[in-house]
Structures are given as structure tokens and as C-alpha cells.
Ligand binder design. Structure first.
Ligand SMILES: Cc1cc2nc3c(=O)[nH]c(=O)nc-3n(C[C@H](O)[C@H](O)[C@H](O)COP(=O)(O)O)c2cc1C
Length: 185
């Protein structure tokens, strides 16, 4: 039997299995991908987010954020994001290129009601995220469903690298119906 990294199908299954583990397991490295966007004035920007869902069938992943955070302005200007994960135990780097849909307000109210109180604290702060303040703690957390936003990231492209004794790299694209293509690493 071959190892998972020896076939493009094996890597595809491992990629989505890894994303699924990230959603289910708070300690898994895929739990906290780096989420990269481009600012309205063209600067690359990256930050950690929590992976909330990973839908293998539809090839979508979801993160939650504050509607007033800078990443929303970036996504409004350019609704694309890259996500990056390095799973050292599996020697696997996963990079996703995605198109992002922002949902908030009435459309996310039912989901907001299911979020535990301590987690709601992450959405709603006065003054809004990124505002200059005089002292480090000159802000107040005010959980507010109106500031809760869901980022639904439609995966368009996946680049996976396995760094075993041999290095293997494969790309998968939505336009190619996710048929794996080996690449020189
Ligand atoms: C471990 C960790 C998890 C985080 N999870 C999220 C998250 O799920 N959503 C989010 O908007 N910010 C999250 N943050 C904060 C972001 O990394 C970032 O600091 C904040 O969203 C402001 O980013 P922005 O100004 O680029 O919008 C997390 C930070 C850390 C360190």
C-alpha cells in the first residue's frame, strides 16, 4: 500500500482531513491558519484566525471576525484571501487561495446565538479594532451581534507541499475540477 503523500488523491484527502481536524481539535495546527489579504492601498497583510468550518464537498472554509476590523475593509476592496497552514507532524504545508463572502447582521444572528458567551467577547470592542488608544487597556469589550461577521472562503486553488525524504508538491484548482497536478517543489 502506498503512503498518502505518494498520490495526488492521497494528498487531496489528507488536505481536507487536516482542515477537518483543525475545525474539530483546538490543539491541531490547522485550527489557527494564517489568513492573508491585500490592504486597500496594496500592502500584503496576514493574521491568525480560527478555522470554524471546512466543507470538503463544496470546498469552502469559514472564519469569524469583527465587522469593524481592518481585514473587512481589505476584503471589501479585494474579496480574496489566502490561508496558510504548516502541520509539522505531517510535514505538510497547505496553502489555499479563496474568494471571500462577508455575511453579517440578520444573516448571522442565528449563528451568533449559538456562540458561547466567552467567544462572543471577540466580536465588539469600543473603540473599534485598530483605533489608536492612549493606554494599553483603554478599550471595552462589548459583545455585539451587529459586529459579528462570517467570512465564507470559497476555495479556488490549493497548493500542498509534503517535505518527506523526498519533497512533493501538488496543486488543485476548482477550474480543473480539483484534478491534482504535480509541481516541481
Ligand atoms: C490564536 C489567535 C486566534 C485568533 N483568531 C481570530 C479569529 O478567529 N478572527 C479574527 O478576526 N481575529 C482573530 N485573531 C486576531 C487576529 O489575528 C488580528 O489580530 C485581528 O483580527 C485584527 O486583524 P486585522 O486588523 O488585520 O483585521 C486571532 C489571534 C490569535 C493570536
Amino acid at each position: 500500500m502506498s503512503n498518502w503523500f505518494e498520490t495526488t488523491d492521497g494528498i487531496w484527502t489528507k488536505v481536507w482531513g487536516t482542515l477537518g481536524r483543525g475545525v474539530a481539535d483546538a490543539k491541531h495546527p490547522a485550527r489557527r491558519p494564517t489568513f492573508a489579504t491585500v490592504s486597500p492601498d496594496g500592502w500584503p497583510e496576514a493574521r491568525t484566525v480560527v478555522l470554524r468550518t471546512a466543507d470538503h464537498e463544496g470546498a469552502e472554509v469559514v472564519a469569524h471576525t469583527d465587522l469593524h476590523s481592518d481585514k473587512i475593509k481589505s476584503l471589501q476592496a479585494n474579496p480574496r484571501a489566502a490561508l496558510h497552514i504548516w502541520d509539522a507532524k505531517q510535514d505538510l504545508q497547505i496553502r489555499l487561495q479563496t474568494e471571500v463572502r462577508i455575511t453579517s447582521g440578520h444573516d448571522t444572528r442565528a449563528l451568533w446565538d449559538k456562540i458561547p458567551d466567552h467567544a462572543q467577547q471577540s466580536y465588539g470592542v469600543t473603540p473599534p479594532p485598530g483605533t489608536p488608544i492612549n493606554m494599553a487597556l483603554d478599550y471595552a469589550k462589548k459583545p455585539d451581534p451587529a459586529t459579528f461577521a462570517v467570512l465564507t472562503c470559497k476555495v479556488m486553488h490549493i497548493d500542498a507541499v509534503h517535505l518527506g525524504a523526498d519533497h512533493r508538491r501538488v496543486s488543485f484548482s476548482r477550474v480543473s475540477h480539483w484534478k491534482g497536478q504535480w509541481l516541481s517543489p
